[in-house]
Ligand binder design. Structure first.
Ligand SMILES: Nc1nc2c(ncn2[C@@H]2O[C@H](COP(=O)(O)OP(=O)(O)OP(=O)(O)O)[C@@H](O)[C@H]2O)c(=O)[nH]1
Length: 423
């Protein structure tokens, strides 16, 4: 049993037991008090009827006691009916002749006419006895005072009745305790289940970062409010999480785009010079370290100024774009192709000897030469001169580029549209 359920059950059980015991005690006390009162009322009614009959027969108490003692008169009055007696009204419980109370009889001033233990005839009854005395009247006149003395004498029937009432009280108390226990178990389980749902949801959020999570608690109490507050908080958190993720994705894509822009040449979409230098440098370091071959090509379009002048700057731009595509399509993915300056391009060939790079560059040169340039302009002819270097020993990639540049210079002076050193 979960701790909360155990506590609630115990609390309701203790409360139920305490209230049942105290209520039962009060009910029992009231039952006894009312029962004794009713026994006393009944006894007094009989007693006063006997006393009145006694007075009526003999005129006064003093006169009557001279002829017949009161107890004898009462015995005679209540003897079993004899054949021929007039029918008598039935009087209350049959106490087998034992009166439930003994009454002390006093005159209206409190002087004792018929004494009991410790209270002799002729003396004045103590004030507390007189205070409990009840008047016996003839018409409006108080003839006698009667005060009950001692505990009531209960009949078997009275005791059976009281026992049945006590039994009923005990059964009621037991039922109340069982109900309190059942109620405690039920309420405890309900509260505990609701709280467990919430705890499970919160732990799920903490451990597995699971969003969204909604709990279903159908109750209008504080736990229901707690569940509603949790659901609202979870919904807000989910939304905030979603917004944050979208924002992070947007930022990531923007930063990737920015990074791409920062390393690309906008006209040809090839890598720009700065990126080439960075990458070439690191590839040079790797080649040096592992003793692998590495070649670099520097290419320059022939008479490009003439192209711009003869066919317009726009045609010149289109030539640069198409050359870029040809260079990219004619090389491997691992090769680093970049626009190095106006009409100048560079390619770094990792894992390539000079012969392999020259072979590839020769194909590139041919591809440029035979490209259908008439599509751009009918008289357009485009060629490229290229210089190569694979001299890792030069000391840096810049020095290799400088060496390739000197071969390019030679190629230009040698008639252009060629690759040097040749394959
Ligand atoms: N259309 C266009 N032209 C450019 C661009 N960048 C550089 N140029 C031009 O390219 C031309 C290069 O001319 P030069 O350096 O004289 O070389 P060349 O005319 O190709 O002569 P050689 O290299 O000796 O064959 C210059 O006129 C530049 O203005 C560009 O982005 N677009």
């Amino acid at each position: 049993m979960p701790p909360l359920q155990r506590k609630l059950t115990a609390a309701l059980l203790v409360t139920g037991l305490a209230s049942t015991l105290s209520l039962g005690g009060i009910a029992h006390w009231m039952l006894m008090r009312d029962f004794q009162q009713s026994v006393m009322d009944e006894a007094f009614a009989h007693f006063s009827a006997d006393a009145l009959a006694y007075l009526q027969r003999y005129g006064s108490w003093a006169e009557a006691t001279r002829y017949q003692p009161f107890p004898e008169f009462v015995r005679q009055r209540h003897r079993p009916p004899m054949p021929g007696d007039a029918p008598r009204p039935r009087q209350g419980f049959d106490r087998r002749g034992a009166p439930p109370f003994h009454f002390l009889i006093m005159d209206p001033q409190g002087r004792i006419l018929k004494g009991l233990d410790g209270l002799p005839e002729g003396t004045l009854a103590p004030p507390e006895v007189r205070a409990t005395a009840r008047p016996i009247r003839v018409g409006d006149r108080v003839e006698l005072l009667a005060s009950p003395q001692g505990e009531p004498v209960l009949t078997r029937r009275d005791e059976d009745y009281l026992a049945a009432m006590r039994q009923a009280l005990l059964t009621g108390m037991a039922v109340a305790v069982v109900l309190a226990l059942a109620l405690g178990l039920l309420m405890g389980r309900r509260m505990s289940t609701s709280l467990q749902l919430l705890t499970h949801a919160i732990r799920g959020m903490q451990k597995n970062r699971e969003l969204p999570r909604q709990v279903t608690v159908r109750s209008g109490d504080e736990i229901g409010e707690l569940a509603q507050a949790f659901n609202a908080m979870n919904a807000e958190l989910t939304q905030a999480h979603r917004d944050l993720r979208e924002y992070a994705e947007l930022t990531a894509s923007q930063s990737a785009r920015l990074k791409e822009l920062s390393i690309r040449d906008p006209l040809t979409d090839l890598f720009n010079r700065r990126h080439f230098d960075e990458q070439a440098n690191s590839l040079y370091q790797q080649a040096m370290r592992y003793g692998h071959p590495l070649s670099v090509m520097v290419g320059d379009l022939d008479f490009f100024k003439q192209i711009n002048d003869d066919f317009s700057h726009a045609v010149g731009d289109e030539v640069l774009r198409r050359v870029a595509v040809l260079l990219r399509d004619g090389t491997r993915k691992a090769d680093l192709v970049a626009r190095y300056g106006g009409e100048e391009f560079v390619i770094l060939f990792p894992e390539s000897t000079l012969a392999q790079a020259a072979h590839c560059c020769e194909k590139l040169r041919l591809a440029i030469e035979i490209h259908p340039w008439h599509e751009v302009h009918p008289q357009l002819r485009v060629t490229m001169s290229m210089g190569l270097s694979d001299t890792l020993a030069a000391g840096s990639v810049e020095k290799m580029i400088a060496e390739a540049d000197s071969y390019l210079y030679q190629a230009k002076h040698g008639g252009r549209n060629r690759v040097l050193p040749a394959a």
